[in-house]
Design a protein around this ligand. Sequence first.
Ligand code: FAD
Ligand code: NAD
Length: 483
Amino acid sequence: MSDNYDVIVIGGGPAGYVAAIRAAQLGMKTACVEKWINKQDDPALGGTCLNVGCIPSKALLEATELYSVASHDFADMGIGVGNLTLDVPKMIARKDKIVRELTGGIASLFKSNKIDWLQGNGQLLADRQVKVTDHDGNEKSYAAENVIIATGSVPIELKATPLTDDIVVDSAGALDWEAVPDRVCVIGAGIIGLELGSVWRRTGSEVVLLEAQDAFLPMVDKAIAKEAQRTFAKQGLDIRLGTRVMKSDVRKGKVDVTFSDGDGEHVETFDKLIVAVGRRAFTDGVVSDESEVQLDERGLINVDDHCATNVPGVYAIGDVVRGPMLAHKGSEEGVMVAERIAGEHGSVNYDVMPNVIYTHPEVAWVGKTEEECDEEGIDYQVGSFPFAASGRAKAKGDTGGLVKILRDRSNDRLLGAHLIGPSASELLAQSVLAMEFDATIEDIAHTIHAHPTLSEAIHEAALGADGRAIHIANRKVPARKSA
Ligand code: FAD
Ligand code: NAD
């Protein structure tokens, strides 16, 4: 292993490992420093996303959703399953196997792309030198023409509710319970709170979410957020807005949570407490003072539109820089930076960033909300379509939710798409593609959608934006031409 590289990436999550692979594809001699030690005590690539984030949470969401459908909906379809059981340790073991296979897959991709994986903790020194401290404490420095910092984020902890080994946990801890807790409290009704709250609710836990803000999912289109709140409440997620958590006391294997709301102060006892109040950029010890890399006032590494820091040849991508904390956002930044280092014209279209909450129904959106259009004074028109009117949704027995699209009246372009419903995460992709290609609503309306599919709901919403939806009454029916 030589000590000089064209590119050294610090951090092997979805931002860093993708940057490393793209740099290697472009012919650059590349190394990636990664310190992660997994549950089995082995070094692992893949970062938060593959080890304790996107992938394991979705493995549990899929398994518990099937369990929930089998418990509640099969009988309606004439399917009897006898005495349905849930083997939680097996469900967790399946999740762990998926994680091991995918993280092992990244290690294989590194080998085939001839990327050196420097196992241990990386620190950027002056002049693009990177010091690596391996897991035995040995230090070695490497030099690089270019350094990409991709050290990600970690959960925010609350002083009032310190984490314990297995009762007060962060999101990673809540992916490993081997038995169904009777009562779970989640602090934060954000994306993690709703996804992990759903997982344990479906297994039979009573789940209470304590949310500080008065508004539910304020970043989501108002109509969609309202529908989501109503649906989640029906599923038994007890979402309490406008609450302030004061403290937690662990005793006799349970946890007392003290919180206040409009009705005063309360203490409730739970078996588990999940703290899910957001994540913070991880920069602890990553950039030395002599590297001269600047952080912004929120502790994120300061970068320009192309992820360049204030130091020439040093870049930062993913959760450690501004923008949404999403795996795909970090990966696209990784590709952009690798391509720009290679002299190409990489770019990221931050205006067309898909967002998904993987509850059931899923919530998914891209582009502007109505509220944002109003603020910006954009003249827009709404087209919407409920899944209750979709033949395919009816056949699936999954008719909750709707599609809503926003059309720019001035040029017929799609401003945004907002969905809550079955497979919303997959349906969103066609709106993302339409926006990326600058398609008009007429283009979507003109596109043939297979019947019967859920995607017809987007087609109908596009027709509806123009007052010509077929399978639902339009808001404005044009006057009849007289004969
Ligand atoms: P990370 O994935 O955090 O990776 C950073 C890596 O850098 C880590 O492996 C870390 O060990 C390493 N590192 C840090 N410092 C050093 C150092 N000094 N030396 C060496 N290595 C270092 N996003 C989605 O888009 N979709 C989802 O469905 C989704 N679900 C999620 C579910 C959960 C429960 C959580 C917690 C997050 C989820 N996210 C999801 C968010 C997503 O995981 C992050 O946005 C994404 O992982 C960020 O990628 P990253 O590469 O920037 O950082
Ligand atoms: P979040 O920002 O989505 O939600 C945190 C919630 O906690 C907010 O609603 C906030 O108001 C609330 N909160 C903060 N402090 C509180 C307090 N003291 N008491 C009560 N409530 C409080 O953050 P998250 O759910 O922790 O997720 C972290 C990041 O991970 C997000 O930015 C998200 O982008 C990413 N993530 C994405 C996905 C996905 O794409 N499906 C899934 C999980 C996580």
